[in-house]
Design a binder for this molecule. Sequence first.
Ligand code: ADP
Length: 520
Amino acid sequence: MSIHLLLHNLLYAFTVLLSISVILLIFFKAKNSVEKTTLILAFIFAIIFVVSHVLGVSVANGELSRRILMFNLVNLFLPVLTSHFVFSFIGKLKEQKYVIISAYIVSISLLIFFLLNPHYFLATSVLKMYFPNYYVAGPYYFLMLIYFFLLVVYAFVVMRKAYVVSDSINKNRIKYFSIALFLAYLFGSIDFLLIYNIQIDPLWGFLFVPLFTIPFTYAIIHYELMDIRVIAKKAFVYIVISAVIGFILVFLDYINNLIIKSSPGFPNWASSVILALITSIGLLFIWRRIRETDFLKYEFIDVITHKFRTPLTAIKWSSESLMESAPEGIREEISHIQKSANSLVDLTNLLANLSVADEKTFGYNFVKLDLGNLIKNLISESSEKIKAKDITLLPLSYSSIFVLADEQKIKFVFQTLLDNAISYTKQGGRISFETSVLNKEKVTVKITDTGIGIGEEEIKHIFTKFYRTESSKKADTEGMGIGLYLTQKIVEKHGGKTWVKSEGNSKGSSFFVSLPILKD
Ligand code: ADP
């Protein structure tokens, strides 16, 4: 196989890989079922086309090549699937119903016609450019091209009309999607030129999927193109980055081969070293960009929380001094202000913690700490809340157990677990704290309650950021689902572990925190 043909085939293989990633992404994450099905089918057909194209133009026998290239007939369905997707995407499905139905009928009729008369579609392949065998159009091959062209142009016209009357977000969605589609079809059509003996290298045709994916990804990220969730977006960006790196490697390898061939005196390790260097620089750049966005995120939350704190403290102080001199009638109102200001302060503190939760041990101040004593103090601080709910707290034997910990953060951990136990336990329930020591190495604190419990399906998500169980949403409408996430992060930073057990809904729960004991 000539190097040129090999490169052609490799680049098409890369296109297939990229298409598979897009299919997986859409399959698992997109929500609208019409858009999902049409786009996935379009990509599958594109893959069938690419595979048959690569095989068909590489085989040595002209008749075998023709038979393989007959799979080109899948192209009859690309424009109709694209239009179907487009009409659903811009909300014109009902309006364009008859166009879509007619288009499917035309596609199927043409397919049947060409299957019954294959030689009208393609004649025996012949040598063209560097391909041992390339398409030779049959007398009616042009029908597919005209149909293809007309339908795609029609889809663009409808999109253009929708664009004019859309709001700015939808304008951007349509804009990027049209660019993606335009590039895909423009480059995808290059393959057809050589069919009619126009000597343009069909190699450029492989760009149709990558060029489609880039604006498509951009629109997904910035304009919620497919209603895809944030995590999926990140995953998709990584897939595209890896695919682009793969593409660069193939390309550089090709250049490497060319250099070695054209200048035999050139040391053959040199290009590999340059290749490795370029790849490392590329990866480093991407890694730094990813870190940078994380830092920006933390910085953003940090600035917000600090800017919040000052005015909040002012509200707290002013309301406290107001309270002292206020007449009886408005005291209740002022106490509402105080309560709300306090919740906002708590919330700000939580956000501040959240911003550093993923950082290594940034902001941690480790000191020797008596864990038993800390829990004892916490319980006594919460005694009013416990009494108010008529909860029985089983006594804990307060032996001194020393750990190396950040006092504020570890206090936050046990405060969260205790507050949750109180919030999610009904009037008259029971809560217990137990500590156990394993081999003088680890201490495990177990907090058990007789509250609402956690369902089997929900328990694995309990430490996830912002996650709340269905029954907890009814029991306490104020919760945010941040406390346990932070708890786990903080305990991990202390070299410990957190886990939970529950028999199920309404059967109570036990939360566990284990920490390494400080050795003398
Ligand atoms: P919040 O309590 O503010 O919602 P957390 O992160 O502390 O946030 O808890 C996350 C979720 O875990 C809660 O919303 C609740 O669904 C569940 N949960 C936590 N503690 C308990 C408990 N003791 N009993 C039952 N469910 C709990």
